[in-house]
Design a protein around this ligand. Structure first.
Ligand code: CP
Ligand code: NVA
Length: 305
């Protein structure tokens, strides 16, 4: 059976925990098998990327596979070829396509018509590879305590925030989300997260109060206020000002709070330079872990049965 990774709910909680454990093996260098020998994987991107592109290319290379980077402008899809025809064509050549695109619907359409695994490398709605890897970063730090720590997401209710809701559900985490009115995460992702929480014992609490979310938190997570392909609107930036992760806000968290950011960061907006630099080591470990977590994901998707 073809397995896609379009959203975090495409894997079960058991599979999620398995991926975290497998990631440990990859990170420690205990698993050096070339699971992707002879496989060709395309990265089809319509938006810029530093971490996702490079970590996938290096992960595939370490696993013995070959990558083909496809920018939409260079494909006939860039001239309007139907996405379903592109999907059906690429399925005849490749073993997997990793896609970053502006439209989640387009990704779903691609996955529907493709006969090889499709991986979401970020859409306007979700970023499952990011959150899978971020949960691994927390697992590395907190181990068995992972389900009892308080995680606060503060800022824009965007693709990363949406995916955190599902991540909390999948892994049974305690997530507090503070976003301004009018910039809340998607209700579809919230519902998916809540449904999973009922199975796993996780909990999601939504608020407009950043102090309430951050209070005694073990982890404070933020992301940019203006995502790729969004317009910079003064009204939105103004609404988000009280949600900046700065020293004053962090004073409400635990003294040993871990600050996370998926990157790229816009210092002076969602996070201050001071806080960013104080937590840079953790933030770049978070970035590094994309490489290890994606190896586990690719092994899972491409070597099953
Ligand atoms: N966090 C993340 O996905 O970074 P890139 O946009 O650089 O890939
Ligand atoms: N929310 C950000 C995440 C970047 C990794 C964006 O979509 O631009």
């Amino acid at each position: 059976m073809i397995r896609n990774f379009v959203d975090l709910w495409d894997i079960s909680p058991e599979e999620g925990w398995l991926l975290l454990q497998e990631t440990v093996g990859f990170k420690k260098g205990l698993d050096r098998n070339r699971y992707l020998e002879g496989k060709n994987i395309a990265l089809y991107f319509t938006k810029p990327s530093t971490r996702t592109r490079v970590s996938f290319e290096v992960a595939i290379n370490h696993l013995g596979g070959n990558t083909i980077f496809l920018q939409e402008e260079s494909l006939q899809a860039g001239r309007g070829e139907d996405i379903k025809d592109t999907a059906r064509t690429l399925s005849r050549y490749l073993d997997c396509v990793v896609i970053r695109t502006d439209s989640h619907k387009k990704l779903e359409e691609f996955a529907k018509y493709s006969s090889i695994p499709i991986v979401n490398a970020l859409t306007d709605m979700s970023h499952p590879c990011q959150i899978l890897s971020d949960v691994f970063t927390l697992y590395e730090t907190f181990g068995e305590e992972l389900q009892s720590i308080k995680i606060a997401y503060v800022g824009d209710g965007n693709n990363v925030c949406n995916t955190w809701l599902v991540g909390a559900g999948l892994f049974g985490l305690k997530l507090f989300v503070a976003t301004p009115e009018g910039y809340e995460p998607s209700s579809l992702y919230y519902q998916a997260g809540e449904d999973l929480c009922r199975l796993t014992g996780g909990s999601i609490y939504l608020t407009t109060n950043p102090i309430e979310a951050v209070k005694e938190a073990h982890v404070v997570y933020t992301d940019v206020w203006v995502s790729m392909n969004q317009d910079r609107k003064e009204e939105k930036l103004e609404a988000l000002k009280p949600y900046q992760v700065n020293v004053q806000l962090l004073a409400h968290a635990r003294a040993d709070v871990r600050v996370m950011h998926c990157l790229p960061a816009k210092k002076g907006e969602e996070i201050t330079e001071e806080v960013f630099e104080a937590h840079a080591d953790y933030i770049f470990t978070q970035a590094e872990n994309r490489l290890h977590a994606q190896k586990a994901l690719l092994k899972f998707l491409l070597t099953q049965r």
